[in-house]
Design a binder for this molecule. Structure first.
Ligand SMILES: Cc1cc2nc3c(=O)[nH]c(=O)nc-3n(C[C@H](O)[C@H](O)[C@H](O)COP(=O)(O)O)c2cc1C
Length: 246
């Protein structure tokens, strides 16, 4: 790609797949995709602590598991733009070189999802919804011909997901509280419903999503301490259960 290319910034360089346990003999074993969306680093981020806890607990039961790290907080995917849409909706065989390049990050991120069995999402609540980096990741993954098909023959439900069989675990943290169904801020929760709506692009059933939500972070009081402790315990329980059945 020449330096003047408007797509020069979209190279795969910032998006290497990082493996732990990259041992040949493990390649057919369970693969965890660990997606972190917190803009904060490990020292301060609660969701990074939860995802790390999940991975450690899973691997302690299932040592052959392979872990793929996708750090959206440190390296956010590009936003979808007009060129991306043009490339994505051009049939694969007709794509020009620039279109293939334009879709390369998306292809890479989709390949990571396809090879995973369990997707662990560290998803903080930002302004009642997803961090922009996580939304950008979903936008790169929802791709016609790769993660869904579209056919008006299906009437009112033209979208059909192409992936299946993945487990999705959402590990979240919020500064306020009461975002659960029936809670005092349930109607402001634009995070969990958005993840549930997009789960089919990841090959996960929305009814089977496992969610842990630590609350009260901004209050820094006893309620937060209890919520964090419960969240960590719940995370370990889910990880062990999934690892046992892996
Ligand atoms: C940019 C930003 C926006 C936030 N918006 C909300 C919000 O709308 N509601 C809420 O309860 N907490 C909100 N918070 C608090 C975070 O959800 C909370 O600090 C959480 O622990 C962040 O995840 P992390 O610790 O993994 O970084 C926000 C924090 C940041 C940095």
């Amino acid at each position: 790609m020449n330096e003047k290319s408007p797509f020069a910034n979209h190279s795969l360089r910032p998006y290497p797949t990082i493996f732990r346990n990259p041992n040949e003999e493990y390649h057919r074993m369970t693969t965890l995709l660990n997606v972190n969306a917190s803009a904060q680093t490990e020292e301060r981020s609660i969701t990074r602590r939860l995802t790390q806890n999940f991975i450690d607990s899973f691997v302690s039961v299932c040592p052959a598991a392979q872990v793929v790290e996708r750090d959206l907080g440190r390296c956010p995917p590009p936003f979808v733009n007009a060129k991306f849409i043009e490339a994505a909706f051009t049939p694969a065989d007709d794509r020009a070189e620039w279109m293939i390049e334009k879709l390369s990050v998306s292809d890479h991120l989709i390949d990571e999802v396809i090879r995973s069995d369990v997707i662990v999402l560290g998803a903080p609540m930002y302004n009642y919804g997803m961090p922009a980096a996580l939304k950008a990741w979903f936008d790169q993954i929802a791709r016609i011909g790769r993660t869904f098909s579209f056919d008006l023959v299906r009437g009112d439900h033209p979208i059909r997901p192409m992936l299946s069989g993945k487990k999705l675990v959402v590990l979240s943290s919020r500064g306020e509280f009461g975002f659960e169904p029936g809670g005092i801020r349930a109607s402001s929760n634009a995070l969990d419903p958005a993840i549930a709506a997009c789960a089919h692009y990841l090959g996960a059933e929305r009814e089977e999503i496992e969610t842990v939500a630590v609350e009260y972070q901004e209050f820094k009081d006893e309620r937060h301490r209890r919520s964090l402790e419960a969240g960590l315990n719940q995370t370990v329980e889910i990880a062990r259960r999934l690892a046992t059945s892996a």
